[in-house]
Design a protein around this ligand. Structure first.
Ligand SMILES: [Zn+2]
Ligand SMILES: [Zn+2]
Length: 117
């Protein structure tokens, strides 16, 4: 008797790893068009002080210090900013600011998924 345990283990190259989702809410990110519409700027210590007096020199997403000439993206509502690459990734799955949790999904489109507060 041959046991039929010859199972092909297919490499899961196209399976997106599912993170532990303790919340039932589906992941809601921002549409690309909105993410792309946010202002970006090149990190410059002098210039940044004019944008936000209380600025942080560390990206809250990757916990790295900003370096001169890095491209940052600023949230229009709360004026927090992050590395562009970091926040782009973040906003694809979170429609809120990583720092203040300010929702960025306001009347910008017709998604009626705002829970009543
Ligand atoms: Zn970063
Ligand atoms: Zn913020």
């Amino acid at each position: 008797m041959q046991s039929d345990d010859h199972i092909h283990l297919i490499s899961n190259h196209n399976v997106t790893p599912i993170q532990h989702q303790q919340e039932k809410k589906p992941v809601i990110g921002l549409p690309r068009s909105i993410i792309n519409s946010y202002d970006t700027f090149t990190f410059d210590k002098n210039k940044i002080a004019t944008i936000n007096n209380d600025y942080d020199t560390t990206c809250s997403i990757c916990i790295s210090d900003y370096k001169e000439l890095e491209i940052l993206k600023i949230m229009p509502q709360c004026r927090h900013f992050f590395h562009q690459s970091c926040v782009d990734t973040w906003l694809e799955v979170n429609a809120s600011c990583p720092i203040c949790r300010n929702s960025l999904l306001q009347a910008s489109n017709d998604e009626p998924n705002l829970e009543s507060v």
